[in-house]
Design a protein around this ligand. Sequence first.
Ligand code: HAM
Length: 420
Amino acid sequence: MIPLIRGFKDILPDETPVWKAIEDTAIAIFQSFGFREIRLPIVEKAELFQRSIGENTDIVEKEMYTFPGSRGEMITLRPEATASVVRAYIQQQLYARDPVQKLYTIGPMFRRERPQKGRYRQFYQISAEVFGIDAPYIDAQLIVLAWTLLERLGVTGLSVQLNSLGCPACRPAFKRALADMLAAGTGGLCADCLRRKDKNPLRVLDCKVPACREVMKDAPSMTDYLCEDCARHFSKVQSSLIRQQIPFVLNPRLVRGLDYYTRTAFEIQTDALGAQNAIAGGGRYDGLVKALDGPEQPAIGFAIGLDRLVELVSQTMPQKPFSPDIFIAAMGEEIQEKAFDWSCALGLAGIKTETDFSGKSLKALMKRADRVGAEHVLIAGSQELEAGVLVLRNMNTKEQVPVPIDGMVNHIKQYLKDYQ
Ligand code: HAM
């Protein structure tokens, strides 16, 4: 047996209904808020991620799956969707028809992180991106949307962590203040942070290592450095969340692991998943469209980690086992062709049907019907075939009714209707 690769996983048939239920709930909410779906390739030029996520981020430095393409260019399995959505917005000129675009996409992402519970090398995200809207109301609305989705799925123990990362006008002063503080003394920082502190000092702020947290506990806060516009914007995001009764916590340490953010940054965390507690994360990236050679358009978005959400939801969502409405138990070789016709007819009529073409004994067939959780068994032996009437057995009540072969699909449809 060749096993799957570490950090990757199979999503088995017993698990897929929860995935599907979450996706359906998300899609319904996206549609109510005016979003449309976009589907994108899972590979892009490496440069797209280097220029958007940032050269000095963990993702670009060490987590991307990158390989040479046939023309020598470097190709990367996407570690997130935002860069690709921005690329499509620019390349397909979605802005030409209307600069305001609200898009969602669902699919796999790839990061070569150290695998652990809740952290995979192929994981799935539901992402939402909005282009062309500056107003803080859209920031708040995206948080309302993500919160609503989690609430509708019955997830509890959530908190929204909120911060503002400022803009190119106000962030440099904050970065300087942070760099000055780090230059004054860095005893106790972890090896990663010692490396980060010069290249990307903001990342030192949200390092989870306790010693780094201790060093950074008196670090300056971006919110103290916001320019007037950013401060007003951030204050409106907060008051809008309060209007919608979304509880949030201001977290000056929240900087997020991707470099494209400006202004609003947020994460939705849970207390139920252990170390990997971020269920969703997002924020504004007002400069990214321009930086990737597009028009000057503001943008904001978020992504929900589907794997982690599935884990949470599976704990509470009732699991309905897959059970066929009808199990055709056809005894003997000679009836199999008939069983084939009936199973096609029932399946085409939209009746969940399972057929055993082994031609085994009734006892063996009933055992299998039981194992697959069939609601009813359609029993067909040579006697029934001769009489032109099959037997339909209700596996719960053990009641048996005759079903004429002539017009069988309609008889069964009617029976199932009456039964429900
Ligand atoms: P992110 O914070 O890197 O943001 O990822 C969003 C979510 O994806 C995380 O909160 C987590 O639930 C899930 N996630 C990330 N890495 C893993 C992993 N290795 N295994 C399992 N789940 C994981 C982004 O990706 C941004 N593109 C979000 C965004 C959209 N910002 C603006 N627009």
